[in-house]
Design a protein around this ligand. Sequence first.
Ligand code: NAP
Length: 245
Amino acid sequence: MPKTVLITGASRGIGAAAARLFARAGWQVGVGFHQNREAAAAVARELEGLGARAVPLQGDVSDPGQAAGLTEECRAALGGLDALVCCAGVALPQQLLTDTTDGQWRQVMGTDLDGVFYTVRAAVPHMVRRRSGSIVTVSSMWGMTGGSCEAAYSAAKAGVIGLTRALAKELGPSNIRVNCVAPGVIDTDMNRGLDRQAMEELARETPLCRIGTAEEAAECILFLAEERSAFLTGQVLQPNGGFVI
Ligand code: NAP
């Protein structure tokens, strides 16, 4: 029986790249999305073309009921939940903390931190019952170092790392691993708001002299979900070209 993964934020970017890698590795995939139904359906069709069972699953992870619904629907549609990848995320335009509104702060914390809490909380009882599971959260290098004019995003992503490490300790005795991927600058829609000059500057600041691809971040996610990383838990893997060491 193939294993099943639910990937939130799988309609685009890093989550979609991860979905393709899991499908190629023989997994069944729940393709989580928020608004882009057509994009998620296209990803699911593509995975089926690769021979994997896949189902698009709509839900706003910042809503506890919808986040729980995602895990339930994934299990109902695909028959299990062996791994959970919390990849859904949003970022604000770069701005001063003093220009950040209450609503913007809530949007970022709600999706990037609360969303991980709600989704993991819903998935864990099933994994504990089976005494098996792997959870991969997605943070950011700004969650490790703090990014200037990225205060809300940095705070949320730092929270994801704390949550990951705490859960690794809490869930290890139940044979559930919890690890994190903290990418550097990756070429996805999330960075479309940055102009060419800003992207070139970020590439120049990166020791490997370029930004990363969604596939490079996704490879780390697949590695941490699979059995070949069986003795890793509470780790933060950093596909960032050396930007943060
Ligand atoms: P992206 O291309 O902008 O895609 C974001 C994904 O998250 C989409 O699938 C989107 O669904 C989903 N999403 C957004 N809000 C949601 C919500 N409230 N509920 C459920 N799903 C929601 O982003 P990305 O660059 O692939 O980023 C993926 C993850 O990596 C994020 O957590 C991000 O913070 C992190 N990250 C990215 C970078 C980077 O440079 N790109 C660097 C470090 C970390 P819809 O398509 O339906 O809107």
